[in-house]
Design a protein around this ligand. Structure first.
Ligand SMILES: Cc1cc2nc3c(=O)[nH]c(=O)nc-3n(C[C@H](O)[C@H](O)[C@H](O)COP(=O)(O)OP(=O)(O)OC[C@H]3O[C@@H](n4cnc5c(N)ncnc54)[C@H](O)[C@@H]3O)c2cc1C
Ligand SMILES: NC(=O)C1=CN([C@@H]2O[C@H](COP(=O)(O)OP(=O)(O)OC[C@H]3O[C@@H](n4cnc5c(N)ncnc54)[C@H](OP(=O)(O)O)[C@@H]3O)[C@@H](O)[C@H]2O)C=CC1
Ligand SMILES: O=C(O)C(=O)Cc1c[nH]c2ccccc12
Length: 383
């Protein structure tokens, strides 16, 4: 058994940012990570052409900027290099291959107790800490919906997090499910690689450009969300016109209203819309059922596909291993909406990276959490 002031679960951007902030405050902490590396989402579960969608100044972790010669929209490898540099700069040393299977608050000891498996040696370990920071992310596990007949699909299927590069699918009939950022970007990549590409869109979606988002981020400093959304609506009309004839409707609420109230990101077009307009990417409504390689859609159309890529989002898995966090987390493993500080629970429980606002929110969560822990430790020492 090992005891430390703070245990952080997860060595993604959230976990390493929190550890860095605690190191600066000289608060002992241990980061436990189930994978063999930091930033596993970016290193092992992301496609090759992924870039940060918002400008680098909004994607910084605390106390370290990107190199001045880094491009505005940092590519995946640049972000990975930044994460590795961040670790060494702040002396963050996660314990890798440690999967947290159970964490609970031991009332008698007044501390958090974690049961951890070393996934390489299968040795069980126990950690005890006064403070527990959950940093396992909004994207802990890919979601694949239960489509009738999927189990018997005669082709190959995978989640977007397992997709690397369109060139592997050249000449194949590929269906991408979902019109979020993953779905639209993977569809574009497949189409550019000469896969016969189709995409499923089941509900209204805001499609914008990265330039519009960059502008909106500046305007939001001076204008209301409603005003910014009104400006974006006009820019979208100019750039894309009405896409409903191609199967893409816009939600009634604006993109930044939805981001702020529901955490739903607009889809940032990387070229997919032009391919859809050219007829090179075909848009289908929801899938009804699958028989062999034949997929039937809810409009009665059907087609044969070799591959399905489910870009149908992610889920948090906190509920599976954390017991006693019900005050902070809801049944979906996200902080409860009515909390004042969505990063703080009771008994020394915290979370970082669940605000559905990307790296910007991760940075402020990490600073808030480490500052709060520091204050509590100082108050305790003085009492
Ligand atoms: C494809 C994609 C692109 C994105 N692009 C942007 C962007 O451009 N800009 C932006 O601001 N945001 C972006 N985001 C959102 C967000 O910034 C990233 O998801 C970011 O990686 C989240 O960091 P995190 O540390 O909270 O979670 P993650 O990066 O998911 O890290 C969580 C870590 O916890 C580990 N873990 C999980 N469960 C356990 C367990 N039980 N025991 C031990 N370890 C565990 C995981 O292995 C993982 O390494 C993107 C998200 C995705 C999915
Ligand atoms: N470069 C970047 O910065 C990138 C950022 N990201 C970010 O990562 C996060 C995850 O993105 P992403 O992976 O796209 O996931 P999202 O959750 O954002 O999108 C999933 C999409 O799949 C649709 N969907 C879900 N279930 C079904 C179903 N059964 N049938 C049809 N459609 C379905 C959803 O539609 P519905 O609304 O109807 O549920 C939604 O449009 C987001 O925050 C995103 O912005 C992702 C990729 C690149
Ligand atoms: O990629 C994401 O989903 C993010 O959360 C990053 C992000 C933060 N603020 C935004 C506003 C519009 C689009 C993406 C983001």
């Amino acid at each position: 058994m090992e005891e430390v002031a703070v245990i952080i679960v997860g060595a993604g951007p959230s976990g390493i940012a929190t550890s860095a902030c605690l190191n600066r405050l000289e608060i002992p902490n241990i980061v436990l990570e189930r994978e063999g590396c930091c930033g596993s989402l970016w290193k092992k579960r992301a496609y090759d052409r992924l870039k940060l969608h918002i400008p680098k100044q909004y994607c910084e972790l605390p106390y370290m900027s990107y190199p001045s010669n880094a491009p505005t929209f940092v590519p995946r490898n640049g972000f990975i290099a930044y994460l590795d540099e961040y670790l060494s700069h702040f002396g963050v040393t996660p314990r890798f291959n440690r999967s947290v299977g159970l964490a609970f608050y031991d009332v008698d000891a007044g501390k958090w107790r974690l049961e951890v498996t070393n996934v390489c040696s299968h040795v069980k370990e126990v950690y005890v800490a006064q403070f527990l920071v959950v940093a396992t992310g909004e994207n802990a596990e890919g979601v694949i919906p239960d489509i009738p007949g999927l189990g018997g699909f005669a082709g190959e299927y995978m989640h977007a997090s397992q997709f690397s590069n369109g060139r592997e699918y050249r000449g194949k009939d590929v269906l991408v499910v979902g019109c979020g950022n993953s779905g639209m970007e993977i569809s574009y990549d497949l189409c550019q690689s000469n896969a016969r590409t189709s995409i499923v869109n089941r509900s209204p979606v805001h499609v914008v450009t990265k330039e519009m988002v960059s502008l909106a981020m500046i305007l939001l400093k001076f204008l209301s969300v409603t005003s910014v959304d009104t400006i974006l609506a006009k820019l979208c009309k100019l750039r894309f016109d009405d896409l409903s004839e191609y199967g893409i409707q816009r939600p009634e609420e604006g993109p930044f209203y939805l981001k702020k109230t529901q955490g739903r990101s607009p889809t940032i077009d990387v070229g997919c819309v032009d391919r859809i307009k050219e007829g090179k990417i075909k848009v289908f409504p929801s899938m009804a059922n699958i028989q062999g390689k034949k997929i039937e859609f809810t409009n009665g159309e059907s087609n044969q596909f070799d591959v399905i890529i489910f870009a149908t989002g992610y889920r948090s898995t906190v509920g599976r291993w954390l017991k006693g966090g019900e005050e902070l987390f809801d049944d979906n493993g996200f902080p409860k909406q009515d909390l004042v500080n969505k990063w703080k629970g009771s008994n020394g429980l915290y979370c970082v990276g669940f605000a559905r606002n990307g790296l910007l929110a991760i940075s402020s969560d990490a600073k808030n959490v480490s500052q709060d822990i520091s204050t509590l430790i100082l108050n305790c020492q003085n009492c």
